[in-house]
Design a protein around this ligand. Structure first.
Ligand SMILES: *Cc1c(COP(=O)(O)O)cnc(C)c1O
Length: 420
């Protein structure tokens, strides 16, 4: 459930009519709802009622906006970060360092050191090589790193291939059949405390079964590592729960997920952590856009050309993803149209042959479920600048990321003297 609802014929974010935001901030603009974020954070936590003392780390890459992180920090969430930049953001949002988990296959020397200096809670090591490097950096600088070993369970998450991360051929984690041996080798390194194991098999999962298979494999690995004489006190089960992008889609609920986790992990005797991203932020945001014009196309449906484009919301171009598209002030009339942005790429298409609310030039509309992997994936392609972000709270709202205009990006460039 989200707080983007029609009231008296006008789409609101909580108590704020979206036309007000369009007028004051301009379009395109991402609009997030605090109440929705908090609701999702609560529902996810309640889903884990059967798990003792779970640690929940929001996957910052889903929505790294500082205000969004602050909302979640106030709800007791930690952060799962995958770069030094995300670590900086999590700490800036007030997240306790010991609630930060650092994942990612390509942490640089500088990023490893940054994590050590911040004394983060856990490094999720994604290769044997990374483990040795982290140990060396930790020893050289006088730190000790708490670590989990991320394993690749070779499970097909049955999601889009570009967001599947748990198959043998994906770059993430160490192979399950070598994991116990690598864990043992790293446990012998000064500078590291190997304390757990981690999995994350992909994103936008629409069934629990692949997760359950992966968790069962992880459970057997824990037993194997313990049998070899090493301690395992933590297990990180990653993120991945899908969200409904299309009205009527059904997804496993956090409660069903939590019940499965409680059942599968009942005898693990570890502290569990979770890294939800999309399920927290996805339906807590919309991308508000204005129709520039409509264009007839031969005998086919017209093109509705909106002022948002693939640089603002990349998912449709990148993954062929579906976002529901609704008028802000629907008249009740419907039309079939292609929805496109202004960018000079055929890929800048949000939908083909879509039945939508009738729209004409100047009308406002939203792409729904744009709160995760939306603004964070934006680029300035076609010199369009970066789209602003707004957070709504009841009847008030604030710009939580300014629009970065095309000229501001140009200001960072220069023509060298020898060319002038
Ligand atoms: C992206 C990512 C997540 C979050 O995935 P969602 O599908 O958004 O829940 C969690 N953990 C890791 C390691 C990730 O890379």
């Amino acid at each position: 459930m989200d707080h983007f609802q029609l009231r008296d014929g006008v789409l609101h974010a909580e108590d704020v009519p979206l036309p007000r935001i369009a007028e004051e901030v301009g379009t395109p603009v991402y609009v997030y709802s605090r109440a929705t974020l908090e609701r999702h954070a609560k529902v996810f936590r309640e889903g884990l009622a059967g798990v003792k003392d779970p640690h929940i780390a929001f996957a910052v890459k889903a929505n790294p906006n500082l205000a969004v992180l602050k909302v979640l920090q106030r709800k007791g969430y930690g952060a799962d970060v995958v770069s030094g930049g995300e670590l900086t953001r999590a700490l800036a949002a007030g997240m306790a360092p010991d609630k930060v988990v650092f994942s990612g296959v390509g942490k640089t020397h500088a990023e490893l050191l940054q994590g050590l200096e911040a004394e983060i809670g856990q490094f999720n090591i994604e290769s044997e090589e990374e483990g040795y490097e982290l140990a060396a950096v930790a020893r050289r600088h006088g730190y000790n790193a708490n670590c989990a070993l991320r394993v690749n369970p070779d499970v097909d998450a049955r999601t889009h291939e570009k967001i599947s991360t748990g198959k043998r051929e994906n770059k993430f984690g160490v192979p399950l059949d070598r994991a116990a041996e690598i864990y043992g080798a790293l446990a012998a390194e000064d500078g590291l405390t190997m304390r757990g194991v981690a999995v994350h098999i992909g994103s936008q999962l629409s069934t629990l079964e692949p997760l359950e298979v992966a968790f069962e494999k992880l459970g057997r690995l824990i037993a194997e590592i313990r049998a070899a004489g090493h301690a395992v006190t933590h297990a990180d089960l990653g993120g991945g729960l899908g969200v409904p992008y299309k009205a009527g889609d059904t997804m496993p609920s956090p409660a069903e997920y939590g019940a499965m986790v409680a059942r599968v992990t009942a005898d693990w005797d570890v502290q569990l952590s979770f890294e939800p991203g999309r399920v927290i932020a996805g339906n807590a945001g919309v991308l508000l856009t204005r129709v520039i014009r409509t264009k007839r196309s031969g005998n086919g449906p017209p093109f509705v050309i909106v002022d948002a484009a693939m640089n603002d919301l990349a998912r449709p171009a990148m993954y062929g993803a579906w976002h529901d598209f609704d008028a802000v002030e629907p008249s009740g009339e419907r039309m079939t149209a292609h929805i496109v942005g202004p960018i000079c790429e055929t890929g800048d298409t949000f939908a083909m042959d879509r039945e939508i609310d009738a729209l004409s030039a100047g009308d406002l509309a939203v792409f729904r479920t744009a709160g995760a992997y939306g603004a964070t994936m934006a680029s300035s392609y076609n010199s369009r600048g970066f789209v602003p972000e707004v957070l709504v709270d009841g009847d008030k709202f604030a710009v939580v990321a300014e629009r970065i205009a095309a000229h501001a990006i140009m200001d960072a460039e220069k023509v060298p003297d020898w060319l002038a």
